[in-house]
Design a protein. Structure first.
Length: 268
């Protein structure tokens, strides 16, 4: 039989061992709590950072698009104003800044139409000869440049347009250029040989076809670039998503370990 001292010593050692294990478990649990908190914070920060970057990118894209549209609208306004006023320096400057002679303004008018309605022969020649402006483009209400020139009976402008392929047979608002013109302008239209117009139109159609082919080729290049950028953005997104997934899995693993310890404190 064990003496009381021996029994007390055994109990004391067993108690110290038990309390030691419990203390170790408590320290492990405390460390687990700290690790879980850190993982939760890290995961939340990564998720928040990704969301903030995504929203910032979306905001930038919208702002850039809005700014670009505003800048382009201002350029088109400058272009059409210069065409109307016959200001060649300002016209060329606007074009050099990417104003588009083939694009309508907010009122559906073209630069060539603005030049025609105010009889700006130099501008008419420049836009058509140097920038392939369409002499038969239809602006607001379907009015062509020669229709608008005839409206104000600008004989020289009408003559220039006819020689560059303008078709005097195209009507707008139920009237032809001949119906609108008066005086010398009407005589220019009456004397014009329409077979010349047909020949010029055939040539213009060839030019349009070539321009369309160039436009399609450029569009394909843009699409290819966008697809490449999209693939790169998707790869970045997938990488970030994978990191978040791994962080979440690690968090769930630590939570599981923590729960095991809490429910089985005597487990080694």
């Amino acid at each position: 039989a064990l003496s009381e001292n021996a029994s007390a010593e055994i109990l004391q050692k067993s108690g110290r061992g038990l309390f030691g294990r419990l203390d170790a478990k408590n320290r492990f649990i405390e460390k687990g709590k700290i690790a879980l908190d850190e993982l939760e914070k890290e995961w939340e920060m990564k998720e928040l950072s990704y969301d903030q970057k995504r929203r910032e990118e979306e905001r930038k894209i919208k702002e850039e698009k809005k700014t670009k549209e505003q800048r382009q609208a201002e350029l088109q306004d400058r272009l059409l104003t210069a065409a109307f006023e016959g200001e060649m320096d300002e016209l060329q400057k606007a074009i050099s800044e990417n104003a588009d002679v083939h694009k309508q303004d907010v009122h559906d008018n073209y630069a060539i139409g603005e030049a025609a309605v105010n009889g700006q022969v130099e501008v008419i020649n420049y836009l058509i000869r140097e920038h392939d402006a369409d002499p038969n483009c239809k602006g607001a209400y379907g009015r062509t440049p020669i229709w608008r020139a005839a409206y104000n009976s600008h004989a020289e402008a009408i003559s220039a347009l006819l020689k560059l392929g303008a078709d005097p047979r195209i009507e707008a608002q139920s009237e032809s250029p001949y119906d609108l013109a008066s005086g010398e302008a009407k005589q220019v239209l009456a004397d014009w040989d329409l077979s010349v117009t047909d020949s010029l139109l055939a040539n213009l159609n060839n030019i349009k076809q070539r321009r369309e082919e160039e436009r399609l080729a450029k569009a394909k290049e843009v699409v290819a670039t966008l697809e490449s950028d999209t693939d790169q953005a998707k790869a970045t997104y997938d990488s970030i998503k994978m990191q978040l997934c791994h962080a979440k899995q690690e968090l769930e693993r630590r939570i599981y370990e923590y729960d095991c310890v809490c429910h089985d404190p005597d487990k080694d």
